[in-house]
Each structure stands twice: as C-alpha cells, then as structure tokens.
Write a protein of this length. Structure first.
Length: 257
C-alpha cells in the first residue's frame, strides 16, 4: 500500500459526512469521452452551435443529428466502473453522504448511490418542452427527429444546456454541503469550471480535508488538496475503499462489518 492512499484512508475512515465532487474523469473508464479538454467532444463539435438552448429551440433536429444521437448511444451502453462502485461502498459504510456530479450519465445512480446532485442534469431522462412530462431515455425512439411527447411537444434531454443555469436549489444545497462536510473527495475533475470549482475552496475554508483522485495533477493538487492520489479513478478508488475498510477494522474491530 502506498503512503498517500493510507493517509487518505485514515482521513476518510474517521468521517461521517463526506461529500464527493465528481467529473468526467470518473466515467472515462466506462467508455464515456470527456467533453472538455484535449481530445474532448467540444473540440469536434461547437457547443454554441449544437449544445446551446437557443440552438435547440431553433433547430432541435440538427442538434439531435449532430450531438444527442451520439450521446444517447454512448451513454446508453455505459455501465458504472470501479470508481462509481467505490463511492457506493463508501456510502454503504456510512462515510459518504452525498455526491455532487458534473456528469450527465446517471452512472452514480446505476451504481446504487442514493443522494446524487446532478449539477448539469441527466441524459437518463427526456423532458417534454410543452407539458413537462419526463420519460426514460431508453424508452424514447429516434425514428423521427426530434423525438416527441405523446402530447406532441418536443422532447429535450433533462440536461443543463449552454445558456441555461444550474437550478438554485442544487447550487445552494451543494454550497451548504461543502461548508458542513468533514471531508470532500474530488474524483475525476480538475474543478476549474464554475460553479463546481468553488466547492473544494468552500470545503477547505470550512475545515474539511480535501482528498483528490485525478489522472494528472490539477490546480487543486498544490493549493487545496490535503492528499492527492494520481492515477485512474477506478483503480485508485478500489484500493482506497479496501484501505478504508482495513483502517476501520483495525480501529473498531471486525464486528463493525
Ligand atoms: Zn408533453
């Protein structure tokens, strides 16, 4: 066991209200390419042209053809990986309380996590722009584009598109959780995009320990993180959960499990 993992495990094992902040990096091992950064989807597709609410309002068919059909296919096939499963185990152990995710893939819920704040909404559901009805994306056929509700209204993914704002309730609850958690586990996000970027700062200022798992060092690594575990989220999360269990056994005896 390497030293930083042991340090992170000791920190988390003593916690009762950890908040996880996750991003694209946790879903890469599930086959979902990132949107931002090098090689990301936004290098190939102009988000202002195809992921903006105004673009969708003007020509929903074009947005489905260029972007959403591809997303529906990729996200429909994706399954949770060891990173998502590890967070579920931490919740089961009474350590993790809530996940705040920037992802729209619904994989935390698929892994079993119960309290998930989806900052950017979810592609798992489609919402009617006329009557507000929500449908499971798997049940929506794409024989005609854009897909429509039984009422005739145009369906849209239940995601936050460019030009839209994160619901105030989610934002306020996330800020409150960041200010009151005993540790924040940042997984697969460099946390450079607002408003998610501010959450580790709030947590740190409020006295929480910051544990980071990322494929490469990020701006958080030097200034904010108490422990940074650099590598693939799935592999590291698996090792971390095993180490936390070990620490708990040593501290409380095997009877706790
Ligand atoms: Zn409708």
């Amino acid at each position: 066991m390497t030293q930083p993992i042991q340090q992170a495990a000791v920190t988390l094992a003593a916690c009762r209200s950890v908040v996880a902040l996750t991003g694209a990096g946790i879903s890469v091992e599930s086959g979902i390419p990132p949107f931002r950064g090098k090689g990301g989807l936004w290098e190939k597709i102009d988000p202002i042209k195809y992921a903006h609410i105004d673009a969708y309002a003007q020509d929903p068919e074009a947005v489905w053809r260029v972007l959403f059909m591809k997303l529906k296919d990729v996200l429909g096939k994706a399954r949770p990986n060891a990173g998502h499963n590890g967070l579920y185990h931490l919740e089961q152990m009474g350590i993790l309380k809530t996940i705040i995710t920037q992802n729209i893939d619904g994989l935390h819920q698929q892994a079993g996590s119960r309290d998930v704040i989806e900052f950017h909404g979810t592609f798992a559901f489609q919402r009617c722009m006329s009557c507000g009805q929500k449908l499971d994306s798997k049940q929506v056929t794409l024989e005609t584009l854009p897909p429509r509700c039984a009422c005739g209204g145009v369906l849209r993914p239940d995601v936050i598109m460019f030009g839209e704002i994160i619901p105030m309730h989610d934002l306020q609850r996330s800020q409150m959780l960041a200010a009151t958690c005993d540790a924040m586990l940042v997984v697969g996000t460099s946390a450079t995009v607002q408003p998610a970027a501010y959450l580790p700062v709030i947590a740190k200022r409020s006295g929480a320990a910051i544990v980071e798992i990322n494929a490469e060092p990020t701006p958080l690594t030097v200034d904010i993180s108490d422990v940074a575990l650099i590598g693939k989220a799935g592999k590291i999360m698996g090792e971390l959960v095993a180490a936390v269990k070990q620490v708990r056994m040593e501290t409380h005896g095997a009877n706790d499990f």
